[in-house]
Design a protein around this ligand. Structure first.
Ligand code: SAH
Length: 369
């Protein structure tokens, strides 16, 4: 009865408001568009799995549809689907389409890669394919289906609601999933390493040693060790094997962080809630304050969320809001505004910080004791 009367009420409301037909239809179309926006993500996943970016990249120039179909590892009865797939990916900005010229016999359009697409080529050292595949894998996707259940229960994350254990424990129990996750963070760290070792050299001046806390497979630490050869670099995470001026130490950042002049935290603080972050940062402060040198610091690499509503049209804001949801979903973490960062740093006893917005959507934040 409640449902029917609510529907009736809505109908009357719509009539009273004299909503124009085309307005209603536009709203309907908008709702459809939003409902099906996941299709863009899943098409992207499919294209990577079929190796479409690599095939066009290898071709070295714009590629005709028939040529592309001939090179793809697909069943011949499925060829018709590739044009549809390419259309949606073109709409998402991953290709440009070159119309056939008059002289062309087949009048078939050809596809060219955009810069975004080149990032999906497997051989690209800054490639994002592994990151994309792990974000869309069924394990993570299952957590999205548990988002509303999580809002109603007392578990810490939708991930835990879906899988029964927190994400870091899951990685421990599922070596394959851990491998996929590590490949993803590796590719992201390569991209960040390039910016950090060129644009942010100053942040490492005066330091003799750094510990990359939660440094994963050590990609960033290795790049730093190679670029600043005088630096003694350590990665703190689960056990690994190290070489040269790069060491790996198995440990828990909530327990203790090995002493060093600098502590790096890349994509680590956004994984945690405020209370845990303050705990980690306090341990960082303790690790760098051993010999009281003035240059010692913590270096966080993470997003600084935009606050200015004028920037609403900016695609970056949308990306940051999505990441903010993602962190809540996976690990009860969050993306933070400058004000929120400042509160954490001061709460952990640091005196000052400097934000260098140099790594695309992310910043390198120098945090001083
Ligand atoms: N800094 C890396 C990895 C970020 S993912 C990069 O950006 O590529 C977060 C990392 O924190 C993972 O490698 C995870 O194993 C590590 N981690 C999680 N809990 C930890 C703890 N208690 N102590 C140390 N590292 C931890």
């Amino acid at each position: 009865m409640g449902y029917l009367s609510a529907r009736k009420k809505m109908e009357i409301e719509l009539q009273n408001e004299d909503v124009e037909n085309d307005q209603l239809l536009r709203a309907h179309s908008h709702a459809w568009n939003q409902t099906y926006s996941f299709i863009k993500s899943m098409s992207l996943e499919c294209a990577i799995q079929l190796g479409i970016p690599d095939t066009i990249h290898k071709h070295g120039q714009s590629m005709k549809l028939c040529k592309l179909i001939a090179e793809l590892p697909i069943h011949p009865t499925k060829s018709h689907g590739i044009h549809r797939l390419m259309s949606i990916l073109t709409l998402s900005g991953f290709f440009t389409v070159q119309e056939a010229s008059e002289e062309d016999d087949d009048l078939e359009e050809a596809y060219m890669l955009t810069n975004a697409w080149k990032l999906l080529v497997k051989d690209n050292p800054y490639g994002m394919a592994p990151y994309l595949l792990t974000s869309l894998d069924p394990v993570k996707m299952k957590a999205w289906h548990h988002l509303s259940a999580w809002f109603r229960n007392d578990l810490s994350t939708p991930f835990e609601t879906a899988h029964g254990i927190p994400i870091w424990e899951y990685a421990h129990h599922e070596p394959n999933d851990n491998q996929v996750f590590n490949n993803a963070t590796k590719s992201d760290s390569r991209l960040i390493s390039r910016a950090v070792t060129t644009e942010c050299k100053g942040a490492f001046e005066g330091l003799r040693s750094v510990v990359d806390v939660g440094g994963g497979t050590g990609t960033l630490a290795k790049a730093i060790a190679d670029s600043f050869q005088h630096l003694d670099c350590t990665v703190l995470d689960p056990p690994h094997v190290g070489t040269n001026n790069l060491k790996f130490v198995a440990g828990d950042m909530f327990e203790a962080i090995p002493p060093a002049d600098g502590i790096i935290l890349k994509s680590v603080l956004h994984d945690w809630g405020n209370e845990e972050c303050v705990k980690i940062l306090k341990n960082c402060r303790e690790a760098i304050s051993g010999d009281g040198r003035r240059d010692n610091k913590a270096i966080a690499i993470d997003m600084v969320k935009m606050e200015n509503p004028k920037e609403e049209e900016d695609e970056s804001l949308g990306t940051q809001l999505c990441f903010n949801m993602l962190m809540m979903l996976l690990s009860n973490g969050k993306e933070r505004t400058e004000k929120e960062w400042a509160k954490l740093f001061l709460g952990a006893g640091f005196k000052d910080y400097k934000i260098n917005p140099v790594v695309g959507l992310r910043s390198l934040i120098e945090v001083c004791p």
